[in-house]
Write a protein that binds this ligand. Sequence first.
Ligand SMILES: Cc1cc2nc3c(=O)[nH]c(=O)nc-3n(C[C@H](O)[C@H](O)[C@H](O)COP(=O)(O)O)c2cc1C
Ligand code: SF4
Length: 599
Amino acid sequence: MTHHVSVKDVTADLLRQWEHDPYNLLQILIGVQQTFQHISTTAVDLIADKLSLPRASIEGVIGFYSFLHVQQRGLYDLLMSDNIVDQMSGSRELAGLLARRLDVKSGTTRADGAVSLGYTSCTGMGDQGPAALVNNRALTSLTPQRIEQIAELIEERVPLGEWPQELFAVSGNIQRRDLLLESDLLQGAAIDAVVSRGAEQILSELEESGLRGRGGAGFRTALKWRFCRDAAADERVVVCNADEGEPGTFKDRVLLQAYADRLFEGMALCAGVIGASRGFLYLRAEYFYLLEDLQQELQRRRDANLLGEDILGQAGFDFDIEIHLGAGAYICGEESALIESLEGKRGIPRIRPPFPVTEGYRGRPTVVNNVETLIAAAMIAVHGAEWFCSRGTDDSAGTKLLSISGDCARPGVYEYPYGVSIEAILRDCGARDVQAVQVAGPAGQCVPPSEFHRAIAFEDLSTGGSMMIFNQQRNLLNAVENFADFFVHESCGLCTPCRVGTTLLQKRLRKVVSGHATSEDLAMMRTIGSVVRESSHCGLGMTAANPILGSMEKFPGVYSEKLKSTGFEPAFDLDAALDEARKITGRDDAGAHIEGGGV
Ligand SMILES: Cc1cc2nc3c(=O)[nH]c(=O)nc-3n(C[C@H](O)[C@H](O)[C@H](O)COP(=O)(O)O)c2cc1C
Ligand code: SF4
């Protein structure tokens, strides 16, 4: 919001800070965006010139990320979180109130340039919503009173730094601790373990522990680290995936806020094992509020010789960590897209193989792990495999952090041993009268009450950690529609089945919701869904049809009660299409309708 500084000076400073390195382009653009609420032609020209990049490629990067803009945004750029759980707690109504109060339409900037209003995908505050972002700073627990207060602050042009701090308060909200969160970890103990016991010892401990990735795919961590260690290279890289973009999940936020020390310990451990000298924490833009504390934590660790050169006095053990910010793209959580983004480019998933473990960041062998995985690895290095295996099932050792939100008395982060049933979780978080639980976000499964005996585990309900609860009063189709919209918005557009298929599914679903669909539409959704699932390039497309296909299978009644007819009817509903004409002419008599609707 600083407008008395010049674009030229700020851009020059950012270019210097990021070492005039084209691989840092995205970070430079984010810096410009944060200072001026847009990236002007002047800034693009300067960057193009200094980094010797074509303007078009810079514009391509800006165009890819939701939080970067070439058009000036309002001095206060407000984005309401559009997660279904935020909606259930009234975000749409609050956005309406804000729009009226500030006289600005959603999706626009007010003529005087003071404020812009819009929506964004889940901001990772599902346990304390409705939430929003103002110039990338998280606003939580919004109420009509708070909206009034915010509107006043904006009208009076109060700088964000002077807004009451309680508006930005993010509670840790850990509701249940188990092995990982309850046990101690002395600073430096995991690094000491690799220095004193050697990489092979740590790898076999990790192998024995059975640790699998906590970010969703469940790949064996020891195997990933070994592949990377075995890849011939001068430099290797450790990346922590803190993109946490899956709607309904926020457990990494809590870990980054309360357990950053353990995370950095885990990254340094990984570096010691695989022989990496560079580390990155890829932090989603929505968690910008954590950046300063994380930087301080890194500095404390450098001061304690737990980062930097000759770590813990071990000659040649050099490793440091940089933090890179994302800019509002869910696809950047996919590991190869994340690496592209770390390299300053658009976050488009790479063709694999080669996999990141052999060719990742700038072609170097790279380990990408979730926040929770790296913390678990650090704990295992110190407490041992047996300690870890004291919880969980045969195929799913240890515990899992779940982000629980929606219709329950106590939303928050819960750590459970793998194998815990949905039933037990619902009891603990005070959920009653439950109609469905969405496990693993929009890409996951919608579980009906008849299956609440099922377990959270890789061999049953596998999840990165999101769990959204819907009670009997909720219209499940609203959730399915929200998820379908999410995938349309977040598809990176590289491949046709995903780009086109997600839009086709969204359109058919809207037809169902509006009561104009027939059983033909359901059949068509099944066909399109299976094409999208089978022929998409990456995990986003492969799972984008899940909310529709899954809910059609598990909750057929939700669809059948909305159908216009279960027999054959053509896809095009002429009567519905004439709605607009009726509105314009002000007619709604029998003569303005077509009997039967379809043609
Ligand atoms: C569309 C998409 C989004 C993803 N988002 C995340 C994410 O936000 N965080 C994460 O840790 N993994 C995410 N993943 C999984 C990563 O690709 C990768 O498997 C993971 O970071 C590996 O770490 P892990 O083995 O510790 O789980 C995503 C995958 C896909 C396909
Ligand atoms: S499946 Fe979708 S998100 Fe993945 S690469 Fe293709 S278009 Fe992009």
